[in-house]
Design a protein around this ligand. Sequence first.
Ligand code: CA
Length: 232
Amino acid sequence: MNQPLILIIEDEESLRRFLVPTLSGQRYQVLSAATAAEGLAMARSHNPDLVLLDLGLPDRDGMAVLKELRTWSRKPVVILSARNQERDKVRALDQGADDYLAKPFGAAELLARIRVALRHILQADLADPVVHGGGIRIDLEQREVRLEGRPVKLTGLEYRLLEALVRRNGKVATHSQLLSEVWGPGGEGNTHYLRIYMAMLRKKLEADPTRPRHFITEPSVGYRLNLDARED
Ligand code: CA
């Protein structure tokens, strides 16, 4: 199998010195750029399978790089964001970034996010309508949900929210993405609906709804569904 090519666009040299060997040590080919201009040129010439994109670049805003990438590429973009860039992070996700890593992050977290983002392109259209993990089984074709083999009854909105998360395939979904997908274009201001319906999904599908393993809150960003979490 050929090795996926990852392009890192990050001006912080110390971070590149961590990222390049960490990724090369796995099964990835790695390219890195320190400026937006260099990064965009490399993206065009090498068409990487995934881009790790810093939002704070010296020559152009990372958001502008994302917009330009998205004019010709649907490949996954994972944002590298500093703690004070909460709003930019959400904007980047709403504008087509696939996921984000908040600095500082460790190697395990980095590699997990990359695996999820790359898995997403392999299963872009969810060829298999059945997903399962952690005792939960969701059949998108039959619209059937089971927990430990037993059918779970969901309301229409609960199911739509679950489906929107499943289709993200482990990636984060922002509040506004979920609200518009589940409640329609008019629903984007109603963040409290999400909290209510997420609580109902957790109650029905988590072993301990107060310590969710699968329906993960990403503070001030949104939610992700992690079916790989192990039960213990
Ligand atoms: Ca930076």
